[in-house]
Ligand binder design. Sequence first.
Ligand SMILES: NC(=O)c1ccc[n+]([C@@H]2O[C@H](COP(=O)([O-])OP(=O)(O)OC[C@H]3O[C@@H](n4cnc5c(N)ncnc54)[C@H](OP(=O)(O)O)[C@@H]3O)[C@@H](O)[C@H]2O)c1
Length: 305
Amino acid sequence: MGLTRPLPLRLRADGAYLVTGAFGALGRLLCRTLVRRGARRLVLLGRTGVPERGAWRRLDPGGPEGRRVAFLRELEALGAEVLVAAVDVTDAAAMEGWLAGRRAAGLPPVRGVFHLAGQVRDVLLPSLDREAFDAGYGPKVHGGYLLHRLLREEPVEHFVLFASVASVLTTAGQVNYAAGNAFLDALAHHRRALGLPALSLDWGPWATGMIEELGLVAHYRDARGMSSLAPEAGMAVLERVIGQDRAQLLVATVVDWPVFLAWYPTRRRWCRRWPPRRPRRSRRGRAAVCSTRSAPPTSRRVRRW
Ligand SMILES: NC(=O)c1ccc[n+]([C@@H]2O[C@H](COP(=O)([O-])OP(=O)(O)OC[C@H]3O[C@@H](n4cnc5c(N)ncnc54)[C@H](OP(=O)(O)O)[C@@H]3O)[C@@H](O)[C@H]2O)c1
């Protein structure tokens, strides 16, 4: 699919790397990777903060706050300076206030943005109310757009959006989540058209995080033909694709193409040409990395569905 040759990811010690949804399963993995690759200043953004440092000793290490603090200590032990921003990424005033505070304090510029904040709230259309719609849609759409708008003046080199295969593959009950992730894909294309860095990653299921917590790993494997990405494999893919000249990449481990394609009635049209050029490899469960830009014209028709 025309990726340029791999270069080791090298991050800068003189800038800050902002991770939204940083205390989630993938956020934690990512933060560790960023520090290992040279980041020395991290901003961990999520709605839930951590207590003041003076109170850390009294926390139950097995409780949610104790686990968040243990994670901060781990990053510090790896050499990072970590700031926590307890901010709802969909709240424009709170985001503006947080950024103004950073600038007033003369903190280092933001060099990387990794937008992972998100929620899954699957509801079939007849039962979908505003609250449920916003839960899946808001962090992706309002959050993604606010990051784009508010950080325009920062010297951002990486603007990575954690989206989902849900934006290109239909799943019943995920209209809110699909719309939110499709917006992230569109935002990445928009930014690149403006000459700004952006990469939207449409991840398939991971073996950790929201899919695993919702007990959907077996569903994706047996009913959708996709196995779950192991954490280290997913992070290796991220490091491989992060500097690529692509706005959008789909990353999923398809282990059973017939099951995977059976969901799509017009599958023959794109099955002919689209990923399974080497089907035997795919059946063994190699991650498929596909770019909508590099796909043949027949496969682009999939977007009409
Ligand atoms: N895990 C997977 O299999 C998978 C597959 C495809 C795509 N993805 C995408 O990858 C991202 C991370 O997934 P994950 O599995 O790590 O999820 P997760 O463990 O549920 O973590 C999500 C994080 O987002 C934060 N968050 C939610 N709404 C927020 C808001 N309005 N403002 C700020 N922070 C907010 C949550 O923290 P608070 O509740 O404290 O705010 C939480 O820490 C998501 O965007 C997801 O769509 C994941």
